[in-house]
Design a protein around this ligand. Sequence first.
Ligand code: ZN
Ligand code: ZN
Length: 383
Amino acid sequence: MAKRDFYDVLGVDRNASAEELKKAYRRKAKELHPDRNSENPDAEAQFKEVNEAYDALKDPDKKAAYDRYGHAAFDGGMGAGQGGRPGGFGGNADFASAFSDVFEDLFGDFVGGGRGNARSRATRGSDLRYNMRISLEEAYSGTRRTIRVPRLSECESCSGTGAEGGAEPVTCPTCSGMGKVRAQQGFFTVERTCPTCGGSGQIVKNPCKVCTGSGRVEKEASLSVNIPAGVETGTRIRLSGEGEAGLRGGPSGDLYIFVNVAEHQIFKRDDLTLHCRVPVSMARAALGGEVEVPTIDGGRSRVKVPAGSQSGRQMRLRGKGMPALRGGGQGDMLIELAVETPVNLTQRQKELLQEFEKLSAENNPESSGFFDKVKGFWDGMKG
Ligand SMILES: [Zn+2]
Ligand SMILES: [Zn+2]
């Protein structure tokens, strides 16, 4: 099927002004709205045609080329991607995205008072990352911190437009607002970001002095952050909209707090369980008794040490571990006994221990088993 003339598609004559073209385009786009055309199987194709025609004719450079060469102006053999905005031209855009384009245009015109395609260039601000180091005690109880975040915020002087006095930016003359320029390189046409406008499609005639035309300024924000109980190293907390300001009316990015919980000098954390190594004297481990152990909430617990406890013996304190992040219980604390060999003995202590040693040949449960095995090992070597 031969391609229809773009002016015929829009139903205007060749001398139509930009304003008339836009009106005709809006009228056609509304007629072809999917809500009104559930019975019309050709609406999609017609809409694409209208979109393609307007996309070409609204651009002064393309319009001039079309007026001179007709459809041949755009049939450079490059096919896909030929033409302006990504997916807006060239016929390979899918229906849905083409439609969202046109309604973005319409919507933008209605509410933005003729900002044209400025709205479609709106860019979301970047997400920011903030590394926060907290203590294990803070991770246990939760905490509130005030942080200072240097970030790009909307320039108040120009309301984020980048233009002195808040004047509207104008279409970039280099790329006619497309944000991209095409250059022939041998057999290929390469598309690159427009050097004049940096891809935004717009330039500012009188750049705002405060932000030098960028529309954003670096400011330090002071934010109060709630750190819930149970966080651990690697937990991310998202503060929606607290990242960098968007460009040209785009939404702000988010701020992510990356939590890092410092090592504790007494407790070792394993998920919800807290481990604590508690030294006990040789005599107390043998005789039995009590030790006092610290708990992460700042309190203390008395723990019974059974007589004859060996080094490495574990005892569980229920509910004295870490809380689960989103509710749902509390871990335990595991105490591990470390039986200590005394050092720097006095003469008297040495004598007592020597006497004790003479009397205690049968009192070391691990030793007797061990030396039986050793004897068997040596006998085996001889055999
Ligand atoms: Zn440009
Ligand atoms: Zn400014």
